[in-house]
Design a protein around this ligand. Structure first.
Ligand code: SF4
Length: 143
């Protein structure tokens, strides 16, 4: 499954949960609270494969799952551009100091494993939209 497929499937799961909460009268702040890791792993076990293992993707006390994936993650399944005879498939749009470009054979992918930017509740509040897809940004090929 390419990243685009994952995004579309994840968007569908995200939308079902948000619609359910809106129908129950949740407001924006309550929806953000609902997406806290500790609550999500109990109530929405199918949202993330790590929930079943009670495992967080990042080592932080209060981890919010609303903005998984990250709005700053730019990707193209066909490749964005060639760099030094390798193909770049993704990068960080804000060049976070905690992210890095990982080289895997002929492929370059953004490695976000050390970056917790989108998982902070205040960051989610700042970028919030009830429609998760409106927050996410794929990108065009550069060459
Ligand atoms: S490095 Fe951080 S800010 Fe950049 S795309 Fe990855 S998670 Fe988002």
């Amino acid at each position: 499954m390419g990243y685009s497929d994952w995004v579309n499937k994840h968007a569908a799961k995200h939308q079902i949960i948000v619609k359910k909460l809106l129908a129950q009268g949740f407001n924006e702040d309550e929806i953000i609270e609902y997406f806290d890791f500790e609550n999500m792993k109990d109530k929405e076990i199918d949202f993330c494969p790590l929930y079943a293992k009670n495992q967080k993707c990042h080592d932080m006390e209060s981890l919010n799952c609303y903005l998984c994936s990250c709005p700053n993650f730019r990707f193209n399944d066909e490749g964005i551009q060639d760099i030094d005879e390798k193909k770049q498939y993704s990068y960080c749009n804000i060049d976070s100091k905690d992210g890095r470009q990982g080289v895997y054979g002929e492929k370059i992918h953004q490695d976000c494993s050390g970056c917790s930017v989108p998982h902070h509740k205040e960051y989610v509040k700042k970028h919030f939209d009830f429609d998760w897809m409106k927050i996410m940004s794929p990108c065009e090929k550069k060459s």
